[in-house]
Design a protein around this ligand. Sequence first.
Ligand SMILES: Nc1ncnc2c1ncn2[C@@H]1O[C@H](COP(=O)(O)OP(=O)(O)OP(=O)(O)O)[C@@H](O)[C@H]1O
Length: 464
Amino acid sequence: MSAEAPHVLVVDDEADLRELLVITLGRMKLQATAADSLSTAKQRLKEAHYDLCLTDMNLGDGTGLELLQFISQYCPTMPTAVITAYGSMKTATDAMKYGAYDFIAKPVALDRLRQLIEDGLGINEVEEHHEEEDNLIGDAPSMVALKSQVRKLARSQAPIYISGESGSGKERIARLIHTLGPRREKPFVAVNCGAIPSELMESEFFGHRKGAFTGAVEDRKGLFREADGGTLFLDEVADLPLHMQVKLLRAIQEKSVRPVGEAKEFQVNLRILCATHKNLEDEMEEGRFRQDLFYRLNVIEAHVPPLRERREDIPKLVRHILDRLSQAWEIPPPSVSSDAVNAIGNYAFPGNVRELENTLERALTLCDGNTILPEHLRLPSNRSGLASNRSSTSTSPPPIRPSEQSLEEFLQEIEKQEILKALDTTHWNRTAAAKKLGMTFRSLRYRLKKLELDRDDDETDDNE
Ligand SMILES: Nc1ncnc2c1ncn2[C@@H]1O[C@H](COP(=O)(O)OP(=O)(O)OP(=O)(O)O)[C@@H](O)[C@H]1O
């Protein structure tokens, strides 16, 4: 950006609002130029360089969407925010699809307007963060396309829905969107919506006041306020119960939250990203996911392809993962025998990159740091035939439920066994066990509580 004050173009056919915007920009020591119609705005954009554009949706001789189209063609790097009529969510989401980084509803609140302008001007200050990108392995055409989409999406502030199978790298993509965007200095908070017990959800998301309910021994900020200024990543968003979906929608729309037991609301400025391995559209059609929340979150979709559809990335991923592990374990990187390379190449990896990581971690332990052989991989033989099992996502045959056990009890028992197995191999290091299980530390802690497996000394164990 030049040493001069950043230059902002204001486009509105209503004189009052135009004036308010120009005055606000002036108070912020920014240069402002106003245009009262679509054609004037286009003219101004051809004549000079602008660092930001704020436009109304109704422009007399055209619409804000038409202006956004023009901008995406003639000045694609200039961030643009739109001003929408109160409650017209559809227009706002359309605008974001056309490239607006954010929107503000009328009547325009000055605090929010200032924040919106600051956010927008921060967007062009984003430097290239190649290192983060380098750590996202993927040269397959589908991954190259995804990375390019991510670079563009990082600039905008639109909510993004990241779809893809379990372990394919959805959280990784969410982090990349955050680090490549203007919020990268602010927190990235990831939450697994499926791991929070329903009754604790509201306090987990929005916080609580000390004494608001039994067990609320101190004030808690909640995830929304922890992520303030940054990005909140809602993983497994399809698992949110319906009552929570209503509250979430409200918080997103109002950009404010009210902690449990608190009288006042707190403003929050967040970018929301979400993911699920389920098909969100199916969930919506079957009434398990609210339509309004769906449209609010699913402004833009980014799809992470499963590993079996980008097998050319496997060799590089293997090297990357083994280098990372050997560095962490302070051992020289092992070699991988050609038979082991073939075995990996022939396996379908239904658990995607996470399964590849787990397989290699186990192999590295078993091979004593020298050469990884096929037997160290312990790939399930019934699944190793890629051709015969290309699209299967099942693991071993499922255990059979005893008729006297309810489904709930049966599933809990399996969950318990898996968690105990992971805790056993990590000597009850819960951080390591959570990693092995592919869940966050917080989610494991909830499950331990739920299954009554938490031990008295738990509070002192691990870091969070
Ligand atoms: N392209 C990649 N390059 C390097 N590592 C990757 C890549 N994709 C995924 N990983 C690694 O694989 C593991 C699983 O990825 P991640 O947690 O992002 O998957 P996910 O799709 O969010 O999983 P889930 O659906 O279970 O939440 C992580 O350790 C991540 O760092």
